[in-house]
Every structure is written in structure tokens, then in C-alpha cells.
Ligand binder design. Structure first.
Ligand SMILES: C[S@@+](CC[C@H](N)C(=O)[O-])C[C@H]1O[C@@H](n2cnc3c(N)ncnc32)[C@H](O)[C@@H]1O
Length: 251
């Protein structure tokens, strides 16, 4: 598959989503389960919560911030931050002494996230245009890396996991919600670019995903949550939404 073409299609889709909104990574996915489409209603009780609600474009497949063990003062990096929903959730936890940075390759998403940050008056967030496979972040600079429904869209997952390892401080960890497959996905389906942009055909088999994380150097890789995702399993394959954690050990 042509990586440049995949990214072009993905970027176009998410640029359009900023304007139109969406539901799940995959509006085309029939029978999408409730764990998809973000985290459910968010009570808009303060300006900061209102910003979180408007930054939730319904593109998530989990709640990595809840499981990430983020602490006050942490430096957190969100990969494929979209309109900033998880950046703003994490910003509440890290407080004034911490910093949450979102990286996204779609200029329209970065513009929307910056607008949301301005509206919410956030002083502890930053948004950078960039690609996960070449993160615009120094080595060993982050305490926690999070990501929500994005790595499945990345053509070179091995490179993405190597980059996460590079930017984490020794002793740091990641917590990622993502889509994986169960069973053998037909090659013809893998070539469907619309299904790729909908977070389906770029997803890899769960064991392969965990294998790539281990290969990148992560320890204690563990699936914290898993639930069925998207279309009912057919032709021997189906999809699962998982939240996975892993650690970069001290040398
Ligand atoms: C399904 S949306 C999820 C957005 C956000 N995490 C959320 O939960 O609302 C995927 C986002 O990842 C971005 N993205 C996809 N592939 C990327 C890559 N290789 N590098 C950086 N961003 C990427 C897209 O531009 C899009 O904003």
C-alpha cells in the first residue's frame, strides 16, 4: 500500500470532519458499539468542560486519560490529537506545572484545537502540526504518551511505536486506545482506502500489534480494556477496541 496515498486520504477525511462532525472513526460502520463514539455525554458545567464537549468530535474509541495514570506536573503527549479532547482532559490532571502537547498531521484539526484552547483559556496545552512517524518532540522529554483511535490509521506502525519509545523519558509509559482485528483480514479489504480512513482496514491483528510494541522495547505491555467494535464479525474477521499500556524501563 502507498503510504503517501493513505495519508492523503486520511488527512482529507479528517479535514472534512472538522467541518461536518462525525460519529466514531467509522460513520460507515453499521452496528458500532457504545464504547465507540467518544466517551458519552460530558456534563457542560464549566467553560473548560464546555470546551472539552465541543472538542469531542465523536472520533474516539476509548478513554485513555482515565487509565493513563497521569500525575500533576507531568508532560503528556497526545498522538493524533484531533480537536484536542484528550489534551484538555489531561490538562485538568497535570495542572499548572504540567504540559500537554497534541500532535496531529491535519492542519484543520490543529487550527480547531488551538481555537478550542483559546476559548477554554488553557495555559498548559500546546498543539503541533506533525506526523507520528517523525514526532516534532525531543528525545526522552515526555512522562506519558496517550493516543485515542489513531495508530490504526498510521501505515508504518513499527515506526510509530519506535517514535513513542524515543520521546518517552526512561521510566515513562504510554496508554493507547485503538482498534485491532481478530482473525484474518482479506487483502482486498486492506486496500480499501475509505475503510482505512474509517479506522478499519488499517487496523492490524491484536497479537501483531502487541508484538510490535514489544519489539519497540516496551515492557509490561498489557491490555486494560477490550470490547467489540464496528461491524459484526464476518468472513472470519472482526474488530476490537482496546486500551493498552506499556512502560519504558529505566536503564
Ligand atoms: C480518528 S481521529 C481521532 C482524534 C482524537 N484522538 C479523538 O479521539 O477525538 C484521528 C486523528 O489522527 C490524525 N492522524 C492520523 N494519522 C496521523 C499521523 N500519521 N500522524 C499524525 N496525525 C495523524 C488525524 O488527522 C485525526 O485528527
Amino acid at each position: 500500500m502507498d503510504e503517501i496515498k493513505i495519508k492523503e486520504v486520511v488527512r482529507k477525511r479528517y479535514a472534512e470532519t472538522v467541518k461536518t462532525g462525525g460519529c466514531c472513526c467509522s460513520p460507515a460502520a453499521p452496528g458500532a458499539v457504545s464504547d465507540c463514539c467518544g466517551s458519552g455525554p460530558v456534563g457542560a458545567i464549566s467553560p473548560a468542560d464546555e470546551v472539552i464537549a465541543s472538542a469531542d468530535l465523536g472520533l474516539s474509541c476509548g478513554l485513555p486519560v482515565n487509565d493513563a495514570g497521569i500525575k500533576e506536573g507531568d508532560k503528556v503527549l497526545d498522538l493524533g490529537s484531533g480537536a484536542g479532547v484528550d489534551v484538555f482532559r489531561a490538562a485538568k490532571v497535570v495542572g499548572r506545572d504540567g504540559l500537554v502537547t497534541g500532535v496531529d498531521m491535519t492542519p484543520e484539526m490543529i487550527a480547531k484545537a488551538r481555537e478550542n484552547a483559546r476559548k477554554g483559556g488553557y495555559q498548559n496545552t500546546a498543539f503541533k502540526l506533525g506526523e507520528i512517524e517523525a514526532l516534532p518532540v525531543p528525545d526522552a522529554s515526555q512522562d506519558v504518551v496517550i493516543s485515542n483511535c489513531v495508530i490504526n490509521l498510521v501505515p508504518n506502525k513499527k515506526r510509530a511505536f519506535q517514535e513513542i519509545y524515543r520521546v518517552l523519558k526512561p521510566g515513562g509509559h504510554f496508554c493507547i486506545s485503538d482498534i485491532v482485528t481478530q482473525g484474518q483480514v482479506p487483502e482486498s479489504y486492506r486496500k480499501d482506502l475509505d475503510a482505512w480512513a474509517a479506522c478499519l482496514s488499517g487496523a492490524v491483528e491484536k497479537e501483531a500489534y502487541l508484538g510490535l510494541l514489544a519489539e519497540a522495547g516496551f515492557q509490561e505491555v498489557e491490555i486494560l480494556r477490550a470490547s467489540p467494535y464496528g461491524p459484526e464479525p464476518e468472513d472470519g474477521f472482526g474488530f476490537e477496541s482496546i486500551t493498552v499500556i506499556g512502560y519504558k524501563y529505566l536503564p
